[in-house]
Design a protein around this ligand. Sequence first.
Ligand SMILES: Cc1ncc(C[n+]2csc(CCOP(=O)(O)OP(=O)(O)O)c2C)c(N)n1
Length: 94
Amino acid sequence: MTDFTPYFGGYGLHTTHGRTLPAATGIKIANRALTVIAAGGDGDGYGIGIGHLIHACRRNIDVTYIVMDNGVYGNTKEQTAPTSQLGCASSSTP
Ligand SMILES: Cc1ncc(C[n+]2csc(CCOP(=O)(O)OP(=O)(O)O)c2C)c(N)n1
């Protein structure tokens, strides 16, 4: 997992894995004047958080979402993730 905040010099919030977009959505709704940038991994956005991603698209509020796609669940020892290559060997699919 990457600490994204220092690159932008703004205020940062680290939230629960898979709940990046609900947190970002809440912040934007609370103060529409803020520029809100959400960032997470592919496991975060396309695995545990996929339902939130779909609803965030549907709501279409003005939030930028950056997915850092390394194709695995890196932080928890590189298990296969939703964007893993077909046939990739990982700690969960050796
Ligand atoms: C609610 C919740 N479920 C599971 C975990 C365990 N966990 C921590 S990081 C992670 C996977 C991270 O993968 P990804 O989002 O792709 O980011 P990467 O580590 O590859 O940068 C998991 C499953 C957690 N911290 N919280």
